[in-house]
Design a protein around this ligand. Structure first.
Ligand SMILES: Cc1cc2nc3c(=O)[nH]c(=O)nc-3n(C[C@H](O)[C@H](O)[C@H](O)COP(=O)(O)OP(=O)(O)OC[C@H]3O[C@@H](n4cnc5c(N)ncnc54)[C@H](O)[C@@H]3O)c2cc1C
Length: 412
């Protein structure tokens, strides 16, 4: 019998492939590159269960003009890309209606609530439990005024019952002595743990998948052979055709290009983000930190300290602008005065972003046996185990543990 083809070997694809193979199915994982070289390579490694709020929420709109006017601000739109961005942006606008924001928050919270229920067994099954750190994330505020600006975020977490602990400046420095004295307030999110190396996690999961008998094919998917409403084959750029009984499309920010080939457009954009990996940072930390007013994140990883963040809307094909990575390091030094940037590398990746922030997890509305797992935005690592479990349930005919209506592909 033809295998299940999983297209895209990022954290989402390898998790789905591993989960399906573990359930006794015959899976082939297809990627144009080696596994884990997309967005999953260099993300900020955070299992960010408290960051599910839609990007279209009112507090973001309130700050948007200030951000867009600041060339070093957290959001940048390349002017030449504006016309292409317009349809996505109109949907983003539509997702900012208060009633819609409430629904989107709930849809994100449902996924975040069950993250460890899915992630812990996945890591156990793969023998990778030691990849997860024990420490949470600290959110930093210079003073009460900054803290109040982020109050909406904390209120949403309170509404959905996510753990957090409000701290004063001294309590924060007891946890992380390297932090500057100008930090007057903080919130500890104990459940926002991090993985030690997100790229190694993808590689290790793909190795476990192979050891269970799964197959990996390197090749760029450029088309599909269709027989009625069924996809019978996957066309690769080098001319090969891979026969598949079922197809899961999880090619990150590129999934929109593939879904269009199937006549099922998904309004996916790339929210380009940057990191600087500092091998000799001059400071040591146990927790990851975010500073909402400065819009950066710092995570201790296996290979030194990673500083990252930012959103740049410039499409999939424009070259990186590493000035954005440098700004993040400059900001991080405000929190960590002794941070050096010796032996550092810079990186840019494509967050697969949907205008309503909620991922697509579910069957195609047009083709039998085709499934989508994409649009995980800022939370692909966080949602990976849950997405893997849900898609594996759908493909194998098991009943998923949650209602998948909010994540359907034809909601746009
Ligand atoms: C700076 C930054 C920081 C982030 N921090 C976090 C964080 O702390 N926590 C968190 O949860 N998430 C974070 N994210 C988001 C997270 O990295 C993504 O949501 C996640 O990696 C998406 O995984 P994916 O498997 O969908 O996509 P990808 O990892 O991009 O994988 C897609 C794969 O599809 C392949 N592909 C594409 N087109 C084709 C084709 N035509 N044929 C064959 N193969 C194809 C690509 O080669 C690639 O390997 C961050 C992202 C960035 C950029």
């Amino acid at each position: 019998m033809s295998p299940i083809a999983v297209v895209g070997a990022g954290i989402i694809g390898v998790t789905i492939a591993f989960e399906l193979q573990r359930r006794g199915r015959n899976v082939i994982l297809i990627d144009k590159d080696a596994p884990g070289k997309g967005a999953s390579y260099g993300n900020m490694a955070s299992i960010a269960v408290t960051e599910f709020m839609p990007a279209s929420r009112p507090s973001v709109w309130a700050q948007m003009p200030k951000w867009l006017l600041d060339p070093e601000g957290p959001v940048r739109v390349r002017p030449s890309y504006l016309p292409k961005l317009a349809p996505w942006f109109l949907r983003f606008l539509e997702a900012s209606r208060p009633s819609r924001v409430r629904k989107l928050e709930a849809a994100g919270a449902v996924l975040c609530k069950r993250v460890y229920e899915d992630l812990d067994p996945l890591l156990q099954a793969a023998g990778l439990a030691d990849m997860l750190s024990a420490e949470g994330c600290l959110s930093l505020y210079a003073d009460d005024a900054e803290f109040k600006t982020d109050r909406e975020h904390i209120e949403v977490l309170e509404r959905f019952g996510f753990r957090h602990e409000i701290l004063d400046g001294n309590a924060i420095r007891d946890l992380e002595p390297a932090l500057a004295t100008k930090i007057g307030r903080g919130v500890l999110f104990p459940d926002n743990r991090s993985v030690k190396d997100p790229y190694r996690l993808v590689v290790a999961l793909s190795e476990r998948f192979l050891s269970l008998g799964g197959g990996v094919e390197q090749g760029e998917v450029v088309g599909f052979d269709r027989a009625g409403d069924v996809v019978a084959g996957i066309r690769l750029k080098d001319g090969r055709v891979i026969k598949a009984a079922e197809v899961v499309l999880c090619a990150g920010a590129y999934t929109g290009r593939l879904s269009r080939l199937l006549g099922e457009p998904i309004p996916l954009e790339t929210e380009r983000g940057y990191h600087t990996q500092i091998m000799a940072p001059g400071v040591s930390m146990r927790h990851s930190i975010i500073w909402p007013a400065r819009a950066f994140m710092v995570t201790p990883t296996a290979g030194g300290i990673r500083v990252g963040g930012t959103v740049e809307m410039a499409g999939l094909d424009a070259p990186p602008d590493y000035r954005r990575a440098k700004v993040l390091v400059k900001r991080a030094r405000e929190a960590l005065p002794d941070l050096t940037s010796e032996a550092a590398t810079e990186w840019m990746g494509h967050r697969p972003a949907l205008p309503d922030t909620v991922p697509v997890i579910g069957p195609s509305a047009r083709h039998r046996g085709v499934f989508y797992a994409t649009g995980h935005g800022h939370l692909g690592l966080t949602y990976a185990a849950t997405t893997g479990r849900l898609i594996a349930d759908l493909v194998t005919g098991a009943t998923p543990p949650i209602d998948l209506t909010p994540y359907r592909v034809d909601r746009f």
